[in-house]
Design a protein around this ligand. Structure first.
Ligand code: HEC
Ligand code: HEC
Ligand code: HEC
Ligand code: HEC
Length: 194
């Protein structure tokens, strides 16, 4: 309880600090990072340029253990799937890519707190770019094969986020009907115009 509360407070404070004093902008990861920023962001506003409106994502609730799936806390790599060694990712097909490609570590809160840069967190859009854009970290927007046909799915930002976010929400609500995680068709539970 104590720790969660502290994290939330630090998260909000950090978000404010980051907004006002962006010291360096990392060209590699696409993230704005301050020199000492190794507290995690609390709330992240996603989809800022979506016509339907931006999406308020509570990063801390999603990774502090408050929200859980199958009875356990949500692991960082449920979302940051490239932040693990390639051979670990490959145990969960279609995943197989690691970033950096030769990484030997798996992202955890502890790892991040020890050394934020070494923990290697890359922005989703640096690979899952918006349609028509070239991603920063890959030659092109990744594709995976459709589950039940030979069609390929281009994982632009919209596809990648919807699959990651709404995919887990469907599973989570199924497991625990008391949860209110917004599913794919509940557009405006996530997207809100300011
Ligand atoms: C439910 C999904 C999810 C989980 C779980 C999650 N994150 Fe994130 N995280 C995100 C998203 C989405 C972003 C924003 C990415 C973007 O803008 O491309 C983000 C951003 C970040 C950032 C970027 C901060 C900056 O400087 O802008 C860091 C660092 C980070 N996460 C670390 C972690 C760590 C460590 C864990 C595990 C303790 C974790 N995340 C768990 C989804 C998640
Ligand atoms: C370094 C590049 C890179 C980054 C960063 C990245 N991805 Fe991916 N993502 C890929 C690639 C490549 C694939 C295709 C599978 C593979 O090669 O691992 C993929 C696949 C996926 C899939 C499909 C998996 C499935 O089971 O259907 C989802 C969903 C996804 N990414 C979401 C995200 C989210 C959300 C983030 C940010 C938290 C993110 N990705 C960050 C490169 C990346
Ligand atoms: C691995 C599972 C998982 C992933 C991935 C995930 N969520 Fe969630 N999310 C949950 C659970 C569980 C809840 C329900 C919490 C409750 O009802 O107590 C939730 C609730 C929410 C809510 C409603 C409550 C709140 O926190 O505002 C929003 C909005 C939300 N998630 C957005 C997102 C977005 C955006 C992403 C992708 C970047 C995402 N989630 C990824 C598990 C997940
Ligand atoms: C679980 C939360 C959630 C739900 C539900 C959801 N979205 Fe999204 N949507 C997101 C996130 C997160 C992004 C990508 C954020 C980013 O790239 O910063 C996104 C991206 C998009 C984009 C791409 C915007 C752009 O220009 O890059 C469109 C269009 C979109 N959503 C439409 C919809 C529609 C239509 C629905 C309902 C059928 C829907 N979304 C349901 C969270 C959600």
């Amino acid at each position: 309880m104590q720790i969660k509360f502290k994290l939330a407070v630090i998260g909000v404070a950090m978000a404010a600090v980051t907004a006002f004093f962006v010291v360096t902008k990392s060209e590699i990861t696409g993230f704005a990072q301050t020199e000492t920023a190794n507290e995690m962001p609390g709330v992240i506003m996603l989809a800022q340029d979506a016509k339907l409106g931006s999406v308020r994502f509570d990063h801390v609730s999603h990774n502090s253990g408050k929200y859980s799936i199958a009875g356990g806390p949500i692991a960082c790599i449920e979302c940051h799937h490239v932040a693990q060694p390639a051979e670990e990712a490959a145990k969960h097909p279609p995943l197989r890519t690691a970033w950096p490609a030769d990484r030997t570590t798996t992202l955890t809160l502890e790892l991040y707190k020890q050394d934020a840069l070494k923990a290697g967190v890359a922005a989703c859009r640096s690979c899952h770019a918006q349609s028509g854009q070239t991603p920063k970290l890959l030659p092109e927007i990744p594709e995976i094969k459709h589950q039940s046909s030979t069609a390929m799915i281009k994982l632009n930002n919209q596809q990648a986020f919807h699959r990651n976010c709404a995919g887990c929400h469907v599973e989570a609500n199924k497991e625990n009907p008391d949860l209110k995680a917004p599913t794919a068709t509940q557009c405006t539970v996530c997207h809100k115009r300011q």
